[in-house]
Design a protein around this ligand. Sequence first.
Ligand code: ADP
Ligand code: MG
Length: 370
Amino acid sequence: MASVKVAVRVRPMNRREKDLEAKFIIEMEGKKTTITNIKLPDGITGDSSRDRTKVFTYDFSYFSADCKNSNYVSQERVFRDLGTDVLKSAFEGYNACVFAYGQTGSGKSYTMMGNTGDSGLIPRICEGLFSKIADVTRKGDASFRTEVSYLEIYNERVRDLLRRKSSKTFNLRVREHPKEGPYVEDLSKHLVQNYRDVEELMDAGNINRTTAATGMNDVSSRSHAIFTINFTQAKFDAEMPCETVSKIHLVDLAGSERADATGATGVRLKEGGNINKSLVTLGNVISALADLSQDAANHLAKKKQVFVPYRDSVLTWLLKDSLGGNSKTIMIATISPADINYGETLSTLRYANRAKNIINKPTINEDANV
Ligand code: ADP
Ligand code: MG
């Protein structure tokens, strides 16, 4: 049993926020994140819904709003805390998953992919994977096979970001394997030997994402991107051949403002299709799982049947194992520091707070005598 680990990360003020002379409303100290509603007068306490400041505790609160601050958390540090955990899990034979959740422009892609020369979790995890493979291979203890795939879920349709133009890339089907669980039929998997190989694929996939974005209305804020590493280790255990297979899902979710109609402005509401089914269902799944864990903690498990609606969306169906199942899972909630985003930021902090309650059941995926 393992709880979902939750981190919150605050980015610097952007141009627009500075131009609007937005106020900084986020403070972090240790594991705590505090948000202030500057519209309320100072000194009001008691009624928690109206408290001027609200404090949340997470596994990590990452202050990345000012690189000159002594508490500044860099990409390197995020990798050291969270990425090395993912690598450790993979080498032990567990599945792992990292989600980035937050409103558009809050730093999801920066945290997951990063910028040139300032790479994020995905490139660092891949680099770390190959450097560890080299270490173990040198000792001659095991052999490895690494495959990657990269897909996008847009309007509940799965699109392969790595498939060559000539073949089918749109509208792939999600099916379920009796033993291995849900998977995407016909999704291309690419065997990679070193970090260079992965980098090329990542770049190609990212270009596919952004090319589409220029033709359609901000696809990247509406779509979920899932980068998956399939990692197989073969070794001898007491003279017997033994294989472990780990799946690592690295997920850049659609902008969280798409989860909630009440947060949408008039214009956005009229756009049509602005509610993201996968994101709404993710919220429902997280809530159901949080309820389940609470019941279990209170020894009520048998009294109440909680239904977890995995099948209601493509995202939750595909990532079923990562949510309350066989996986070590991390959620990174990214937020803006500015008062003008108070509503969205508070809802992200609450969402992340709910996710803390999910208990997963990771097991080593071992196949003896293969
Ligand atoms: P999202 O993917 O959530 O829509 P992005 O990751 O694209 O948001 O971030 C929006 C902008 O803010 C980008 O230009 C990105 O480089 C910058 N940014 C985000 N987080 C940080 C951070 N922690 N430090 C520095 N710049 C950041
Ligand atoms: Mg993005």
